[in-house]
Design a protein around this ligand. Structure first.
Ligand code: ANZ
Length: 844
């Protein structure tokens, strides 16, 4: 079979698409219903790679499909073009971050065009353009006005040798990744967005997305937000006027709280240590320094040896008046709950580990051996002794295993005999009645640290006045543009490089006219991507971030497609900002992405491809060698969307053969454009209409590989029909060829356009209407065939009524049950009465 010249075909259609822009979204005069299809926008860190090939193929299939279905589809593209890689390239090679970024954008843009993606190019945006980041600054000021943007001190990883802030990943075993110097924590004042105000809504609204987002992503979001129900309990501290509050999910175990632990890096620990004797103070200081070298993740690990310092002070257990020694230990985190815990070693594994390490008392208050049959089981005291004996065997102080399961309360005064849930209710009610505690909810989610001491990002539009006020840059002075990078020291050093841009940083106090300084920090690039889907609606509007009227028409995004690496932060931030915009009345929806598709990765020999491993399959090489349609078809066919695809299993040769065969059919069709399909071969017509009937559900369930398989089948059946006598003039052949072209447009649009054109149609295949299956052609005329072996029924086959005797015999011979029934016996005679009976006479 001779192949087709795909390179020439692709160049031709790309030129026509560029000239006529058929894929731009329609404006207000367009009466079709709307669909917003969006692929997560790329970061321009180099050329497009196979991950992009997959991502934008899938979004393009979805966009093209809805266009065929009569929708006005918005499928825009832009670049997430601020961020560290540009800056690192600048530091490493002296490239200008801006020049580097925009050169990469040009390269990627060429790649997308050569890949045949049906983007609306009129809406292209770059987050690093002042026309875009102007509105990041607007958003920031809106958040500031609402009290949702604020400043506070926070501890960052700091290498004293390199004078550099380090990301968590750059701290290895407490040492600087580059120079091996012990890392310390340094406090810097940073800007935050108050996402914690939205924690409940961010969690609860996930229910709306059930069945529309991958359940794995929903779970990751839930865990990240991490809502815990429990109680705040106040403890008196000897020698301190004010009580200290702890958060506990198990207030029922209060009688078993035998010591008290505070986070070493909390203000409370510092205060308590300051009131202790010199020896304690010294040991505490040494411990604090050591703690600074460990990440939060390390600190939370249960199997890590427990460390801590006794602060020489005591808390009082409010229910029994017992003295609880106060320790500072790093398994308690400063910024979760209240940074302090009541330790219940019998029932909490980490507390138990600590108690065993420092020989602290362990008191069992829940009998986990007792069966729970009802909410309340008041037991008599004698019974309790027996219970205590049975639980003694499980003594956690000896076994090292905390009793975390359900049970009934013992050693707990008025709570004795109660189940966990009832005991919690009872103790919380008692605490609330005497003012010593209250029911509460705590979240894992922290506020979003949005300031960066880096150059290549959106300048924070705030002014620090001489007398210490914080003023917004007046709206008519936005955007605050980034200065040129020339002459600035971009190396990370804990302060922003923009601070060194003297002319830029000096400004005037908008209230007094006195000299003042600009905030030199830039925004986390997740701010840029938290609302970009709205900017695509009118990307050139110089008067507002987006037009609420357009948002009402297009948004939320109907289909969002991207990698699972964004399952948490990007999606969470976009959801948060959407809710803020909803509260401000700018949008009428609370979730930005109605449905979400996560694609798998393209791997090679079972491992991730990477530059360092030298196992990259390059997007450009593939385009060069095989063309866009082959790459697209091969990738679409490679497997389910969400699975990883091993490049080893991707067949570009197979894809090329398939496209060539499809094209050859179009070229052979010899009936006129207006031929009446109803006069055509029924079997082929049935096959064609089956494709029309099946493909919609397949696309909507993202089974794109099955769509390709169905097309391959239809190409085969059509080829057979042509070759078996009906010939290329049969109207059903034209009907099939047109179906192949239109459905193939989702996958291999250049080949599809060429087929459509060769078939004699005007206009773009990409805009041609979908065809509906004729129900009459979907009714299968089938019969049940009985297969006998020596007169005994051994199997049944569902077969077309018009099946030939030869075909039926072949089917029966291939049937597994029949094969088994015949076994090794010799077949003497076969009687076939199509379509009802096949009988094998065999010699045993
Ligand atoms: C007493 C207790 C007894 C607890 C027991 C648990 C089991 P989640 O579910 O993750 O919210 N805790 C509170 N603040 C903490 C902090 N800043 N750092 C480390 N641990 C902290 O966990 C809540 C539980 O974690 C709280 O309930 C507290 O220990 C601990 F049998 O209180 B619990």
């Amino acid at each position: 079979e001779t192949g087709i010249d795909l390179h020439a075909i692709e160049a031709k259609w790309q030129r026509l698409w560029a000239e006529q822009q058929p894929f731009n979204a329609g404006g207000d005069d367009d009466t079709r219903p709307r669909k917003y299809v969006l692929a997560m926008f790329p970061y321009p860190s180099g050329d497009l790679h196979m991950g992009h090939a997959e991502n934008y193929l899938y979004s393009d299939i979805v966009a093209r499909y809805w266009r065929h279905r009569g929708y006005n589809v918005l499928n825009p593209i832009g670049w997430d073009s601020f961020g560290l890689p540009a800056e690192n390239a600048a530091i490493k090679r002296g490239a200008d971050p801006k020049a580097w970024t925009y050169a990469n954008i040009e390269q990627q843009k060429t790649g997308f065009k050569r890949y045949g993606v049906s983007f609306d190019w009129t809406r292209e945006l770059h987050t690093s353009d002042p026309e875009y980041y102007h509105w990041n600054q607007w958003l920031f000021q809106v958040m500031f006005d609402r009290g949702l943007a604020y400043r506070k001190e926070s501890a960052v990883n700091w290498c004293p040798n390199d004078q550099t802030v380090l990301a968590n990943e750059q701290v290895v075993d407490g040492l600087c990744e580059r120079c091996g110097t012990p890392v310390v924590k340094k406090k810097l004042t940073q800007w935050y967005f108050k996402i914690t105000d939205y924690a409940d809504r961010l969690l609860d609204d996930l229910n709306q997305l059930e069945g529309r987002w991958p359940s794995k992503v929903l779970q990751m979001q839930r865990n990240w937000i991490g809502r815990s129900q429990g109680a705040d309990i106040d403890f008196e501290i000897e020698g301190r006027a004010d009580k200290v509050t702890v958060f506990s999910t198990r207030p029922d175990t209060l009688h078993g709280a035998t010591f008290f632990v505070v986070a070493p890096d909390s203000d409370l620990a510092a205060e308590l240590a300051a009131g202790a004797d010199a020896d304690v103070r010294m040991r505490f200081q040494a411990y604090l320094e050591e703690v600074g070298r460990h990440s939060e993740i390390e600190r939370q690990s249960t199997d890590r040896p427990k460390t801590g310092v006794f602060l020489g002070r005591y808390a009082i257990n409010p229910v029994n008046g017992e003295k609880m020694p106060i320790w500072a230990a790093d398994y308690v985190l400063a910024d979760y709950g209240h940074g302090a815990v009541m330790a219940v070693p019998a029932h909490d594994q980490r507390d138990l580990g600590f108690a065993r390490a420092f020989d602290l008392p362990v008191k069992v208050v829940v009998d986990t051996t007792a069966p729970i049959t009802g909410a309340i089981q008041v037991v008599d005291p004698d019974d309790l002794d027996a219970v205590a004996a049975s639980i003694a065997e499980l003594n956690p102080a000896k076994t090292g295993v905390a009793l975390t399961g359900e049970g009934r309360m013992i050693n707990s005064g008025s709570l004795n005999g109660l189940s966990k849930r009832t005991a919690i209710e009872r103790i919380v009610a008692e605490l609330e009645a005497n003012g010593g505690g209250r029911a509460t909810t705590t979240f894992r989610l922290r506020d979003w640290l949005i300031s960066r001491q880096r150059f290549w990002g959106t300048p924070i539009p705030m002014i620090h006045t001489e007398d210490g006020r914080l003023e917004k840059v007046p709206a008519d002075q936005l955007p605050v543009r980034l200065p040129s990078a020339a002459g600035l020291d971009l190396k990370p050093k804990g302060t922003s490089p923009l601070g060194g841009a003297t002319e830029w940083v000096n400004t005037i106090d908008p209230v007094t006219g006195e000299p003042a300084l600009r905030d030199p920090d830039t925004m986390d690039t997740f701010v840029d991507s938290s609302w970009y889907f709205l900017r695509f609606l009118n990307p050139n509007d110089a008067t507002q971030a987006f037009d609420p009227a357009e948002a009402a028409k297009w948004a939320p995004v109907d289909h969002y497609i991207g990698g699972v690496e964004h399952a948490i932060l990007h999606l969470l931030y976009a959801r948060f900002i959407t809710k803020v915009l909803f509260d401000l009345g700018y949008v009428d929806f609370t979730e930005p992405f109605t449905s979400l598709i996560n694609q798998g990765m393209v791997i090679l020999d079972g491992t991730k491809m990477s530059k360092s491993k030298g196992n990259l399959v390059l997007f450009n090489d593939e385009l060069e060698a095989n063309g866009a349609d082959v790459l697209r078809t091969a990738l679409a066919f490679a497997g389910p969307v969400e699975d990883d695809k091993d490049w080893k299993d991707v067949s570009t040769t197979g894809a090329f053969k398939f496209l060539s065969r499809a094209m050859r059919i179009a070229r052979e069709v010899s009936s006129p454009v207006d031929v009446v399909f109803a006069d055509g071969d029924t079997a082929l017509r049935r096959a064609t209409h089956k494709v029309w009937a099946e493909v919609p559900a397949l696309v909507e369930q993202t089974k794109f590989n099955v769509v390709v398989a169905r097309l391959m089948e239809l190409v085969n059946v059509t080829r057979k029909t042509i070759d078996s006598g009906a010939g290329a003039a049969d109207p059903a052949v034209r009907e099939a060829a047109e179906a192949i072209a239109l459905v193939l447009d989702l996958i291999a649009p250049h080949t599809a356009e060429e087929m459509w054109h060769v078939l004699g149609h005007e206009g773009f295949a990409g805009l041609a209407a979908w065809r509906n299956a004729d129900p009459a052609l979907l009714i299968e005329d089938t019969a049940t065939c009985v297969v006998q072996v020596n007169g005994k029924v051994r199997s049944q086959l569902e077969v077309p009524t018009k099946i030939s005797a030869e075909e039926l015999e072949a089917l029966a011979r291939a049937d597994e049950k029949t094969i088994r029934a015949i076994g090794d016996a010799e077949i003497i005679k076969v009687i076939v009465r199509a379509p009802k009976i096949v009988n094998f006479a065999v010699k045993a």
